[in-house]
Design a protein around this ligand. Structure first.
Ligand code: NAD
Ligand code: PRE
Length: 307
């Protein structure tokens, strides 16, 4: 429940995030009108069929005309071309934001295209699923999830404050963060874990050819979680790794060092090192739950900690 924050919102790219934004916006009455545009005719047709957006336009230029807020919800690698395409059609005083998983590259790619008098407030909702496309969205995706706003130098404080109200209206908790710090934090919490999941599923797939279907047949919960993550959209994740290269390589380097240390401990039979390491990581997990930061944790997790 909320009130109208923007007269007109334009969503460019009609996938998981944009469609969830539309349903959340409609549910809370956060915008008078929502227009949408996606590059493919098939996506636009699907959007019309399921009632996604008040209006699905045939061009990005048409969608952003007279919009108070324009949301770039395309893969990170497509942000620059979309920004160039919409720039001449933006209303003076409008706010442009994005939802890209990487921030420094998006800022560098988008900002130079935007005309003076248009406010740019980059953002990133820390919420998603392994599904993509216009039919994958749902109104509650952002509930109780963080949305990070990454204002750049000179960003209008009122435009940022208004965007904050909009995300809060969609149920998110909002914080502000510097772009480089954002990219390093996300390399730790999201990007590298995705790469590890992709790799583990690839390894299991190679093994499956040797052991027939045993890997899938007897897959335990941990591995199934990996397969869920590894089912995420290939275009989106290709772009994430290409555009957050330095931070991901830095974290991957550290990860590899630790992995080698554990590998050595297994080879040399150093049980104490393994035990100490696992004790430390278990405490981290418990700390997260105790701090109430894992909103997905099943109740038994919390009960166990409290006992
Ligand atoms: N999926 C997640 O978990 C998640 C979470 C947070 C942020 N993000 C970010 O949000 C953005 C969108 O991700 P998504 O999961 O909604 O992706 P998606 O694949 O579900 O949707 C992307 C949409 O953009 C369209 N598109 C691609 N290139 C385009 C172009 N040049 N012009 C117009 N439309 C174009 C596609 O047709 C599709 O409709 C990405 O930048 C991603 O990094 C994703
Ligand atoms: O829940 C998932 O499936 C996600 O991968 C969501 C997730 C994440 O890593 O947490 C993925 C990418 C984003 O940019 C933000 C959120």
């Amino acid at each position: 429940m909320s009130g109208e924050v923007y007269g007109k919102v334009a969503l460019i790219g009609l996938g998981l995030i944009a469609s969830s934004m539309f349903w959340a916006t409609r549910r809370a009455g956060l915008a008078g009108h929502v227009s949408g545009y996606a590059r493919s005719e098939a996506t636009r047709e699907t959007a019309r069929r399921i009632g996604l957006c008040h209006e699905v336009c045939e061009s990005a230029a048409e969608a952003v005309a007279d919009a108070d807020l324009v949301v770039l919800a395309v893969p990170v690698g497509a942000m620059a071309s979309v920004a160039a395409e919409i720039a001449p059609h933006l209303k003076p005083g409008a706010t442009v934001t994005d939802v890209g998983s990487v921030k420094r590259r998006v800022i560098d790619d988008v900002a130079p295209h935007l005309p003076e008098g248009v406010h740019f407030v980059p953002g990133h909702p820390l919420a998603g699923t392994e599904h993509s496309g216009p039919e994958s969205g749902f109104a509650t995706l952002f509930e109780n999830r963080w949305c990070l706003l990454v204002p750049v130098e000179g960003t209008d404080a009122d435009a940022t404050a208004r965007l904050r109200v909009y995300w809060e209206g969609m149920g998110a908790k909002v914080d502000e963060m510097d772009a480089d710090h954002h990219d390093l934090v996300l390399a730790v919490t999201s990007h590298t874990p995705h790469l590890i999941a992709y790799t583990m599923v690839g390894v299991a797939d190679d093994l499956r050819r040797v052991t027939d279907s045993e890997v899938i047949k007897y897959s335990a919960a941990g591995f199934r979680d990996f397969t869920r993550i590894a089912a995420s959209d290939p275009t989106m994740w290709r772009d994430v790794f290409l555009t957050n290269k330095d931070a991901t390589l830095e974290i991957l380097g550290r990860f590899t060092e630790e992995l080698f240390a554990l590998q050595r401990a297994i080879r040399t039979g150093d049980g104490e090192q393994l035990f100490d390491y696992f004790t430390r990581t278990r405490a981290i997990r418990r700390g997260i739950i105790e701090a109430g930061q894992d909103t997905d944790a099943p109740d038994f997790g919390r009960a166990k900690v409290e006992r």
